[in-house]
Structures are given as structure tokens and as C-alpha cells.
Design a protein around this ligand. Structure first.
Ligand SMILES: [Fe+2]
Length: 404
């Protein structure tokens, strides 16, 4: 992160700061006690002030336990839109390091939201609007990653277009990969993005208003409702290293090798127990003998999940934009039959995909179950006859019995 300052603040920290004779309220918001990154905000009123305490609603993470451990495909296009930017999120998969939800909000935020127990990333596959926050406004559009640090009070304004988001929540921190930062934190020359590509709030929204404002805080696996009698966006200025920002996948500078580069070349974010990668449109491996698709790999210590955002993903058959594949640990995976031969000699790819790999197993939810496409597990076998076709799929015992 880089240092950002917006609005008005005193020359010295922790000094009296008055506007029109009014003593403002200084708030330090920081990670790791007082040892991590922090920002200092100057409020018109105390951010502790509440007018009412509402309901505490437990969040239930319902799990679907599949009967078989196989590679899976789900078509997220078929997920029904609805709800608000936070209330409309529908959990797709999770473990103790990461929750992934799909949101297709059709209604604006009701009140304000703050995640009190995790950092969030929202990948905007389709849609746009303004992320309004206590740090100021971040306009966003398609292909943006919105990174929202815990503790950020915010609300989404939607632009009226169709919205289709992938929402990540982690109890850890969302960071750029350590290997792309020097010892001072600045992104290195060979990083696939630079500080200029990150769009922090550029415009502060400061309200000196009384009223009734609903605030929902996610905490302890629950949602706690509060009513505020002062507008929560009452910051006249802030500075520091903690703030929400947008990064557009089109600003990811892809890396290309003479021969195929593995997924870490596409890494965009790191978190505790997971990575998020951007497979951006790019020239392909340029040696005349290169195989321009991934080699088969056994991800023996991770789960690989890929969201196909745009273009033709050459290594996959029958996978469209808006689909998600899950290649779980314990099973090798690679390009499907025929795709390698077809790709030989190709000079570039127009694919755009977002991948998240977790190091601990992912649990699926009934939302995945509802959109699961079980034939995908057989898609590496050209002799497979899909379920519902004239010849039924043989059971393992029938296949064994028929073999010599
Ligand atoms: Fe893979």
C-alpha cells in the first residue's frame, strides 16, 4: 500500500484539531494492534456514538457434502439476481480462510455495512457504481477488484446496469504478493502492476447530518444491527496506509515466457491460506516447440477454483464465461482432450479468468449443488456418454466387469 491523504488534518498526529471552533474526533484504524498498517481519520462526531442497538443475527454457513470427490463445474450465470450488495450475497464455498459468495444485486444498499472480522474483495464481473465509504468514494465498473479493509463503513450505489459480483471474505488480510514488494513496501519494477494502478478514494463525502442511519456490522459470525443518529460519513480528512481501493483486471500486466509459466505468474493478491490470480489476455508462450496450455498438474496441497470471465479459455471444453470450475486436491488436472493439439502454434489468448487457490479444502454449499454439472468430471474421457444420452453411463462395477 502507498501513503494516501485526503481532506483536511492537523500538521501533527494526536494534536487538537478544530473546525469552526469544534474539536474534531481523531480515530486510528489499524492492523496488528498498533504495529500494522494504519490510517487516522478525523470525524465530526465520535464513531462510537450509537442511538440504538438492534438484532444480532447468526450467519449459518450451510454445507453441501457431495457424495463423490471429483472435478466440478458450476454455471454461475444461472444464479438468480436479487437482493442488495451485501444482503444479496449467496455463499458458494468456504473454509476457515476464505468465503466466496456470488452477488447479483438488484437493490441498492439499505443503510451502511462494516465487516468487523475480515477483509473483503469484490470482483465485479458485470456492473458498476460507486463504493461509498467513510474514506471517500471509489467509482467502480466491470473487471474491477474492490479491496475493502475490515472496519471500513461503506455502502454501494449501483449504476442501474446488471450486476454480477464474486465476493471474497477472509479473516486474514488481503495483500499484494510479498515477492513483488521491496523492504519498504513499494512494488518492484517486475511486479505485474504498480501503485498507479490502484485507485484509492479520490473524493471525500462528509456529512454533518442528524437522522436515523442503519449500520450492520459483521462480527463473530453474525450480523449486528445498530441505529446511528449521526451520518457515519463525517470524516473531514484522513491519511495513512489503510483504505479501500479498486484495481482493474485490465491493468494487470501479464507475464509471458518462452515456455509455459505456472499460475503464480498471474498472482494478484495473497491472503492467509489462499491466493487470487488474474489470467489476463496475453501473447502465448513463444518458442516454436512450446505447448501454450497448462501442463497437467497435481495440486496436492491446494484447491484450484477458476472463474471464466471473458474470451475463449482454450484448455477447457464446454466452459463458458460465468462458469466456475473446482479442481480439488488429490486429483490431477490439465487440458481436456484435443485442446492441446488445437492450441499448438496459437500466438495469443483473449481469455480473462479469476482464480482462487486455497491451501485448505473448500466446502461447498447448496448453491453450488443447485448449479453443479456432474458430467464435467468425465470431460477428460472422450468415450464418456453424458447422463441422459441414449446409452447410460456405466457404473464402476460394470466397467470393471467388461474389461479384459
Ligand atoms: Fe490448474
Amino acid at each position: 500500500m502507498r501513503y494516501v491523504a485526503l481532506g483536511r488534518m492537523p500538521a501533527k498526529r494526536h494534536a487538537q484539531f478544530r473546525e469552526d471552533g469544534r474539536l474534531l474526533v481523531e480515530e486510528v484504524m489499524g492492523y496488528e494492534g498498533f504495529s500494522g498498517n494504519e490510517s487516522i481519520l478525523y470525524h465530526l462526531s465520535s464513531p462510537c456514538r450509537i442511538a440504538g442497538v438492534g438484532e444480532l443475527r447468526r450467519q449459518v454457513r450451510e454445507e453441501w457434502v457431495p457424495e463423490a470427490h471429483v472435478h466440478r463445474l458450476a454455471d454461475a450465470n444461472a444464479i438468480e439476481p436479487g437482493g442488495g450488495p451485501v444482503s444479496g450475497r449467496r455463499l458458494l464455498m468456504f473454509n476457515d480462510d476464505l468465503e466466496i459468495s456470488i452477488a447479483k444485486p438488484t437493490e441498492p444498499s439499505t443503510g451502511f455495512y462494516r465487516n468487523g472480522e475480515g477483509d473483503e474483495v469484490v470482483y465485479v464481473h458485470r456492473g458498476g457504481g460507486v463504493l461509498r465509504t467513510v474514506f471517500g468514494n471509489v467509482p467502480f465498473g466491470a473487471k474491477d477488484y474492490l479491496v475493502i479493509p475490515r472496519g471500513t463503513t461503506h455502502a454501494f450505489e449501483l449504476d442501474g446496469s446488471e450486476q454480477f459480483w464474486i465476493c471474497f471474505h477472509t479473516p486474514g488480510e488481503i495483500e499484494t504478493p510479498s515477492r513483488y514488494r521491496n523492504r519498504y513496501g513499494q512494488l518492484l519494477e517486475h511486479a505485474p502492476f504498480s501503485q498507479r494502478d490502484f485507485r484509492p478514494p479520490a473524493e471525500l463525502e462528509c456529512h454533518d447530518e442528524a437522522g436515523a442511519y442503519q449500520l450492520t456490522v459483521r462480527i463473530r459470525g453474525a450480523s449486528q444491527e445498530y441505529v446511528l443518529d449521526r451520518h457515519p460519513f463525517d470524516v473531514v480528512g484522513w491519511d495513512g496506509y489503510v483504505y479501500p481501493y479498486a484495481f482493474n483486471a485490465a491493468d494487470f500486466e501479464p507475464r509471458v515466457g518462452r515456455f509455459h509459466l505456472p499460475p503464480p505468474a498471474h498472482q494478484t493478491f495473497q491472503g492467509q491460506g489462499f491466493v487470487i490470480c488474474t489470467f489476463a489476455p496475453r501473447p502465448l508462450d513463444f518458442d516454436p516447440e512450446a505447448v501454450p496450455l497448462p501442463y497437467h498438474h497435481s495440486n496436492i496441497q491446494s484447491e484450484e477454483v477458476m472463474f471464466y470471465a471473458e474470451g475463449d479459455y482454450a484448455a477447457r471444453r464446454g466452459v463458458e464465461a460465468g462458469c466456475i470450475t473446482l479442481h480439488p486436491s488429490g486429483l490431477p488436472h490439465g487440458p481436456q482432450p484435443g485442446t492441446v493439439e488445437k492450441a499448438l502454434g496459437a500466438a495469443r489468448t483473449d481469455e480473462l479468468a479469476v482464480m482462487w487457490d486455497t491451501f485448505r479444502p473448500l466446502k461447498l454449499t447448496p448453491l453450488w449443488q443447485a448449479h453443479d454439472q456432474p458430467d464435467y468430471a468425465y470431460s477428460w474421457n472422450p468415450d464418456h456418454v453424458p447422463a441422459g444420452a441414449t446409452r447410460p453411463v456405466s457404473s464402476p462395477s460394470e466397467i470393471l466387469a467388461a474389461s479384459p
